[in-house]
Design a protein around this ligand. Sequence first.
Ligand code: HEC
Ligand code: HEC
Length: 258
Amino acid sequence: MIIRTIVLLLTTLSFQYTFANDELAEGGRIYDKWWAELELKKPQGTHVGYSPGGKKSGADTWRCKECHGWDYRGKEGAYSKGSHYSGITGIRKYAGGDVKEVMKILKNKHHQFDTVMFDGALMLVAKFVVNGQVDMQKYIDDKNKQVNGNIRRGKKHFENNCARCHSDDGRAMNLAHDADKVEYVGSVAAKNPWETLHKIRNGHPGSRMSMHRGRRMGMMHNRYGGWEMNEAMPAMLSELSEQEQIDLLAYTQTLPKK
Ligand code: HEC
Ligand code: HEC
C-alpha cells in the first residue's frame, strides 16, 4: 500500500516536472521566434521598441532574442557589439522574478505584444523569463566562446539525442539560411554557443505545430510517396540536466565546421 502510494506520487511528480518543462520550453521557443512557434502571421515593419541606433529592421526586430540576446544579457552580453547591437537591456534581472510583472512589461509601450499574441502565449514567455533562463556566463567564456563542459560525456548525449537528425558528425543538414552558404551543427556551435544552448534546451520554433497537426509519429508523406521525418527539433529541458546540456554543447563545438 505504502509502496503503491509512493510510486503513484513519484509518477505524478515526474509527470508534472515534464509538463512544467514543456511549458518553459515552449516559452523559450516563443522568445526565439513567436510567430513560427504559434503559427501566427509574420509581423510587418520594425517593432516600436527597437532602438534607432540598431542596425536591423523588419520582422527580426519583433523577436525577443533580437533585443535581449540569446544569452538574455542584451547590451551586456554577446550583443554588446556587432550587427545585432541595439543598446537594449537584458532580461536577467527578471530570472526568479514575478510572472505577472513580466506580463505587464510585455504589454507596455515598448512591447505592445498584446496586439499580436493572446494572453496564454504571453504567459508562457513570461514564465520562460522567470523560470526558464540559464546563467550562460557561468558556462560560456565571453571572449573566446569556450564552454566548460565535459566533451567525452557530451558525445554520448549527442549520439543519443541529436544524431538521428543531424548524423554523427552534425553535417546531415545544411543549417544556413542563405542557399549559397554552408552551416553545420559544429560551425553554429562554435560561432554562437549561446544560440545553440538556447536551442538545445528549448528546441526549434515549430515543435508545437507538428504535434498539433497530428502527423503520425512526426512522419509525413514525401513527394516520392514514401514517409519521411517531419519533426521539429525537440527540447532537452526534461531529457538532460543542466550540466549534461553544457557537456553536449561543449561536444558540438568539436564537430566539423565544413
Ligand atoms: C524591439 C525590441 C524589443 C523586443 C522585440 C522585446 N523587448 Fe523587451 N525590452 C525592450 C526595451 C527597450 C526594454 C526596456 C524598457 C522597458 O522596460 O519596457 C525592455 C525590457 C524588457 C524586460 C525588463 C528588463 C529589465 O531589466 O527591466 C523584460 C522582462 C522584457 N523586456 C521581456 C521581453 C520579452 C519576453 C520579449 C518577447 C516577447 C521582449 N521583451 C521583446 C525592447 C524589446
Ligand atoms: C527531429 C530532428 C532533430 C533533432 C533530434 C535535433 N535537431 Fe537540430 N535541427 C533540426 C532541424 C530540422 C533544424 C533546422 C531548422 C531550420 O533551420 O529551420 C535544426 C537546427 C539545428 C541547429 C541550428 C539552429 C539555427 O537556427 O541556426 C543546431 C545548432 C542544432 N539543430 C543542434 C541540435 C542538437 C545539439 C540536437 C540534440 C540535442 C539537435 N539539434 C536535435 C532537427 C533536429
